[in-house]
Structures are given as structure tokens and as C-alpha cells.
Design a binder for this molecule. Sequence first.
Ligand code: SIN
Length: 464
Amino acid sequence: MTSRLEVFNPATGEKIRSVPEQSAQQVKESIERSHRAFQQWSKTSAKHRASLLKKWFDLIGEHQKELAKIITLENGKPYQEALGEVTYAAGYIEWYAEEAKRVYGRTVPASVTNKRIIVTRQAVGPVAAITPWNFPAAMITRKAAPALAAGCTFIIKPAPDTPLTALELVRLGHVAGIPEDVLQCVIGDGEEIGSIFTNHPFIRKITFTGSTPVGKQLMKNSASTVKHLSMELGGHAPLIVDQDANIDLAVKQTMLSKFRNAGQTCVCANRLIVHESIKDQFADRLNQEVAKLKVGNGLEEGVSVGPIINQKGFQKIVEQINDAVDKGANVLIGAKYDVDDEKSCYFVHPTILTNVDLSMKIMHEETFGPVAPIITFQTLEEAIKLANDTPYGLAAYFFTENYRRGIYLSEQLDYGMVGWNDGGPSTVQAPFGGMKESGIGREGGQEGIEPYLETKYLSIGLDE
Ligand code: SIN
């Protein structure tokens, strides 16, 4: 009998639907179909692939409300935020529909007269994607769109918490005309499918968004077949508020960065590093804004902070808050929880911690929750040291009106993405990705199609 995955609403505990899971054998068959389909798909014209992607984009636009509702139901994020995610997700498809036509090679002057050198680009092959629950739509389209545009075939393994968005996106892709074997979705045990993907010689690239430990394991497992890899891993973003920052702007952007998706994003500010001279002013203003946030079911009017995805995520957040409080942090607001263990519903009220120091776990580990710990600094060098003192390097933010300090900070921060007076730099046109243990490769922008392309050099010898 086919096993089924049950999907629950994290805000109410209700079962939404169950979906069939694929067996190991079925996953292998999907890979074989992907391999066969690649032979044709990679030879289609870029114009053709672009037109199908454009149709997919249009269909997502037509179904944006249904898609947003699915996201809110299975992920918990507020409906308006889910609608925003659908627009963001669709944007990647539109962008790569356009980029498909701009995959250029080059000719290079040879050092001898009887040779010609031509460099071309071609699709890497069938791609397997393992995607997370925190952006059930955008983390799929950010990978699938450039892959399909480049001529790769694509198999998605979505997170078990949020498979419904993936299935609906894939269905719309097929309605748009993308062949079924070119775009597939497999559901099932993460470890088992991950191991099949990484060991199968037909899969030429793995693209993953998720935790650093899982990313490292996928990298190890992919070594035996030397696959292309894109890894978008954990973050521990610093957000520096300098002495000459526009405080209102800094507070507004901190709210955006910290509390989007209940703080469950890889790029959200995890450490607020605030100049000693403005710490009280900044904390008071932030507190006023946090007090306005309404926690609850994302389908209810006015709710701005939804549930934490599951018990494991919840426990990690509570542990970090308790550890900080035990070591002397003050709770300015929050550290309150609405929990129903029977239904597996976990809500964390947005929390601000002050008097934070480096002995606390929250200063060293990704929180993935709505908690804003404030640590202070006196000199810019001190702020930079605090900011860079982590194995992660995904996103960093700073607020200053002083352009000299701003340029200096932007150059000193070891992060793949830096927001200067901007708490929400993610956008389809720009390369998203991290340095150090936050990952390999970039998604989005001109750079985002590169990981799906191989370079081939042709040397033509001519008669003398
Ligand atoms: C993430 O948290 O992984 C993605 C967030 C974004 O695209 O802004």
C-alpha cells in the first residue's frame, strides 16, 4: 500500500490533507525519466523554454490567492505575507524567462593564426532540489526557474511540513506546458531521498536550502559522483545600528528583517548590535513597534506573527531565551508562549532581550524565531568584530547616515549580502547567497543561472 504524508496546519493542529509518498524505487524511476527528458529539453530553444516559463508565471499570478492560502495553511505565515511570497516566487520565474535568452558564450583570439577558440555554455543535466518549509514557494522557484531556463530538468523534494505548495506549483507548471518529466516533485523520507539523489549518477546537480549540518552531509554524499552543488545554508545575521543612524528607519527595517515569517528566515537579523549611546532610544522605539504585533492564526485579520513550524523549532527558541535570561538578560517584551502540545501548536510572542552578552547561546546560534537580542558596542571595530565572529556569512545589516562609516562597514563585513539602511534586500534581480558556512553559490539575478550551466571550450584547427 502507498504510504501517505499527512499535512497539518501549525496554527490549529488540523489536518489539511494527506498526499502519497514515493517509494525509493519510484524516486529512482523519476530520476530515470528526468534523465531521458533532459535529452530533449536541453535541445529546445531558449525562446521556447522562456515562453513556457512566462506562461507558468502568468498562471501563478492568476492563482495567487489560492497559492497564498495553501502557504498560510501549511506554513502558518500571515496571509498577506503569503501573498507577498507568491509575488516574490513568481518574480523568479519571470526573471529567468527573460534570462533564458541571454546565456551567451564567447570567442577568444587564439595565439596562433590557424586556430579558433569558441567557449559555449550548456545545461549541467538533471537537477535535484531539496527545499525548506519557511518559503515553500519562493525557495522552489528560485531554483527551478533558472534550472529550466538553462535547459536542465528538475526534481523537487519539498519539506515534509509544506509539500502542498510544491505540488500546486508543479501542477501549474504542467498546465503551462512544461513536460511532466521535465518538472517533477517527489515526496517522502528526507534522508532516503537525499541519499538517492546524491548517489545517483544521472543527477548532475544538487541544490539545497536548509541547515548547515544537512548541507555538509549532502556535500559529503555528493562527492562520490562529483556533482555540482548549490548550498543556501544557515545564517546568524548581525544588524548594526550606529551612533548616527536614523533611528526611526533602523527600527522600521529591523521590524521587517526580524519578524517576517515569525523570525523563521535564514536572513533575519539574529543579533542587534547597537551603539551604546543610542541603545535606550532604539530599544524603546523597537519595543513600541513590537507591542503592536498580533500573534495568531495567519488567516485571521490583523495577525502579523504566525506559529512556529513545529515543536523542535519552538524548543530551540525557548531554550535560547531561557539561557539568556538565566545569564542576566532582561526581557523588555515577550518571552510569552501559547502552546497546545496535543495539537502541536506553538506560538512565541515577539521578544526583545537587553543586557545581552557573549556568554549567551543566542549570540552564537541561529534562533529561527521572533527574538531580538540587543548587545551594545562603543567603537566601530568592536561592532565589526562582533558581527564577523561567527562561522556564518549569509546576510548582515547596518544603519548609519555617515557615508564614510557606511562604506567602511560594507567592506569589512564578511557576508554575501549586506543591507545598508535596508532590512529587506532579497529581490529576484540580485544574487542571494552566503560566505563561509552559509553556503556555496548564488541564487537570483544574473548569477543565479550560472550554477545550472557547464562551460565547454571548442578549439578549431584550420589548415595552414
Ligand atoms: C530564506 O530564509 O532562506 C530566504 C529568505 C529570502 O529569500 O529573503
